[in-house]
Write a protein that binds this ligand. Structure first.
Ligand SMILES: Nc1nc2c(ncn2[C@@H]2O[C@H](COP(=O)(O)OP(=O)(O)OP(=O)(O)O)[C@@H](O)[C@H]2O)c(=O)[nH]1
Ligand SMILES: [Mg+2]
Length: 674
């Protein structure tokens, strides 16, 4: 009898062995009779043709199996930094995670980023040191590195023997590790007192209890080791998963609340949403509410994951993950039910952008539709259309993602495309607080001359005041309403909440192109004034006036253009340290002190994204082809000197004539929520 469901993510730097470990776990649970291989393209979770050909994971995939009395929904995620958005989307639905770290390579750039997110979200996590069968594996070294770079609260659960050989084996720590008691005592005062009184008097059971409790709170990180390839240590990891990771079951009779983390299209083109249900139960043929927009739809089918495949089921309850059909317009990040659950935003959005051109110029519209469909699965590609130049561009994390999109367009849509030059996406942050106000002029004619007031700058039938102010780095955009309810045209919107939601959308839409044409972020926008005249004022007046007022406020605030930087990790032969450090300093980067392992030096530094390609090109010559460069997003930093600009794709609201010309005619008023 399965007692509970555990939604478990497998996360790691690229190639650490997530998919291979997933196969091992499925095999151990008796779901598959034969272990598939990433290199032969025969695994369960790398099921896309492109994944099998390339031997890397591109999309997250769910498989399930039973461990003792726990039903595990395992989500195998991609490790390549170009697909980090896939990882981000699953973070919000996990009960626990296994972070895989190669016992040879140790902590890699993506490992740090993932661990940072797991810690911030307090997701209970086990660490698995993989590949102990490979030459150069050294679990003690890697554990020390983890304690230094990731968390001091990492405690070894198992020990490896005969590392570096296929026969490498794993045993449980027989004696109680003194570090274990020390780490656990930090968050357990009673334990600390017992330990200080008499170290030998703390029973293994007492420690075991504290370990379970603290793993659940993400205060301690149990570390296992083994080999996904040979299977060594995997059984102990499995026990750790079922015994140490808690499931957040939720109340099946409570109000319905869920979150969509993946969308795909079924055989007839219908959208299928993967959702985690946190509370309540939904049934087929039931009307369910989804999204912030308040959309409703009838569930036509529910499929849940069982023993390696998905199977139809009449209902799905709190704690489970299911595939939902019938909700036509459902999107990634939508909540199911009344509660507005939202997705964690832990990683940086794409830093590159490229124009996509169909080889056949007549297929531009087809390309736009195809990219629109790809954006359903991956909203961050953020399709931008420049109508004036007839160009379509998309945001990208890197070259591998670009190749994957190109291949997908060719195979699934018979569209052959080329990419233009890849450019770096910058952002803008407000410098200080700025405010602007536009008063409804009511088209009054002057009593004296009988002519319309020439000083009127407000062509729309509404009053709006907005304030924009800087907020902490990484906080995104916040929208607040600070006006009396009576000033809100509630007759246009169905209530104040709907008004605030729509205004928030207009604001976010406007901030996509700031003073220099880049996305504006890390700011709070407050609605300070509002006015209307019933029944003339429509939603269109507010929608069109928002950019005018907001951009003026932004102009007063001023913005600083920031460029993305990455943390670069270089593995080089020790003899080349001098020349590599010199090259780094020519690129304006200060290298941290190199760390030396056996035949290898590791240097880390932080570099603007635009400099990475230069470094990559020089590295080969400097290290006789032996240097390896890895990078991961670090932060956005102000550009020194002339800030780069990006061409706007929409009319500039600061140029009122141009803006009015584009938005002339108030008759095409859209309905609220548009
Ligand atoms: N020697 C050895 N090789 C392993 C082990 N685990 C995985 N590999 C190999 O490492 C490579 C990458 O393995 P994957 O399982 O695809 O790694 P991944 O983490 O899923 O990779 P991405 O999903 O692309 O990030 C493959 O060639 C595997 O055969 C292991 O325990 N020992
Ligand atoms: Mg994989």
């Amino acid at each position: 009898m399965l007692r509970r469901t555990l939604n478990l993510g497998i996360l790691a730097h690229v190639d650490a062995g997530k998919t291979t470990l997933t196969e091992r776990l499925l095999y151990g649970a008796g779901v598959i009779d034969e272990i598939g291989s990433v290199d032969k393209g025969t695994t369960q979770t790398d099921s896309l043709a492109l994944e099998r050909e390339r031997g890397i994971t591109i999309r997250s995939a769910v498989v399930s199996f039973a461990l003792d009395d726990v039903a595990v929904n395992l989500i195998d995620t991609p490790g390549h930094p170009d697909f980090i958005a896939e990882v981000e989307r699953v973070l919000s639905v996990l009960d626990g995670a296994v972070l895989v770290i190669s016992a040879v390579e140790g902590v890699q750039p993506q490992t740090r980023i993932l661990m940072r997110a797991l810690k911030r979200l307090q997701i209970p996590t086990l660490l698995f040191l993989n590949k102990i069968d490979r030459r150069g594996a050294d679990c003690s070294r890697v554990l020390a590195e983890i304690q230094k770079k990731l968390t001091p609260a990492a405690v070894a659960m198992t020990a490896a023997h005969g590392e570096g050989d296929r026969a490498a084996s794993v045993t449980a720590h027989t004696e109680t590790d003194p570090r274990m008691a020390e780490v656990l005592a930090e968050h357990d005062e009673l334990l600390l007192r017992q330990y200080v009184d008499d170290e030998t008097n703390v029973s293994p059971r007492r420690l075991g209890g504290a370990l379970v409790a603290q793993t659940a709170k993400a205060l301690v990180y149990p570390v296992f080791c083994g080999s996904a390839l040979t299977g060594a240590g995997v059984e102990m990891l499995s026990s750790g998963i079922s015994e140490l990771l808690p499931a957040r079951a939720g109340d099946p009779d409570g109000p319905v609340s869920g979150l969509v983390f993946k969308v795909e299209r079924g055989p007839t083109g219908e959208r299928i949403a993967y959702a985690r249900i946190f509370s309540g139960t939904v049934h087929t043929r039931e009307q369910v509410r989804f999204s912030r927009r308040g959309d409703h739809g009838k569930l036509t089918a529910i499929r849940v994951f069982r023993d390696g495949r998905d199977a139809p089921q009449r209902s799905v309850s709190a704690g489970e993950i299911a595939k939902l059909s019938g909700l036509a317009d459902i999107r990634i990040g939508d909540s199911i039910g009344a509660a507005n659950r939202s997705m964690a935003h832990e990683f940086s959005p794409p830093t590159l952008e490229s124009v996509v051109v169909p080889l056949d110029p007549d297929k531009r519209e087809q390309l736009r539709l195809a990219l629109g469909q790809l954006a359903e699965q991956d909203p961050l590609i953020n399709v931008r259309q420049d109508d004036e130049r007839h160009e379509i561009s998309i945001s990208l994390y890197g070259e591998v993602q670009k190749e994957v999109i190109q291949a997908t367009l060719s195979r699934e849509y018979s569209l052959d495309v080329e990419f233009g030059e890849t450019t770096t996406i910058h952002i803008e942050r407000p410098i200080r607080t700025g405010e602007a106000l536009e008063i409804l002029h009511a088209r009054t004619k002057s009593n004296v001359t009988g002519k319309s007031s020439p000083t009127s700058t407000n062509p729309f039938l509404a009053t709006l005041g907005l304030r924009v102010e800087p907020s902490p780095v990484g906080s995104g955009i916040e929208f607040l309403v600070d006006v009396d309810v009576r000033l809100v045209p509630v007759y246009v919107y169905k209530g104040v909440d709907a008004f605030a939601a729509d205004m928030g959308r207009y604001v976010r839409e406007t901030l996509k192109e700031g003073l220099f044409g880049w996305q504006v972020t890390d700011c709070a926008v407050t609605l300070t004034d509002c006015g209307y005249r019933a029944p003339g004022t429509t939603a269109a007046d507010l929608r069109k006036l928002t950019p005018v007022v907001l951009m003026r406020a932004l102009e007063r605030a001023g913005t600083v253009v920031c460029q993305p930087t990455v943390r670069v990790r270089l593995e080089i032969p020790p003899g080349t340290i001098g020349s590599v450090v010199a090259a780094l300093s020519r690129l304006g980067a200060a290298a941290e002190a190199p760390s030396l392992t056996d035949e290898l030096a590791v240097i880390e530094t932080i570099l603007p994204v635009v400099r990475v390609r230069d470094l990559q090109q020089q590295l080969s010559g400097l290290t006789h082809g032996e240097g390896v460069l890895e990078s991961a997003f670090e932060s956005y930093e102000p550009v020194v000197g002339e800030p780069p600009t990006r061409r706007r794709t929409t009319a500039n609201p600061l140029n009122l004539d141009e803006y009015k010309a584009r938005h002339s005619g108030r008759s095409t008023a859209p309905r609220p929520g548009e």
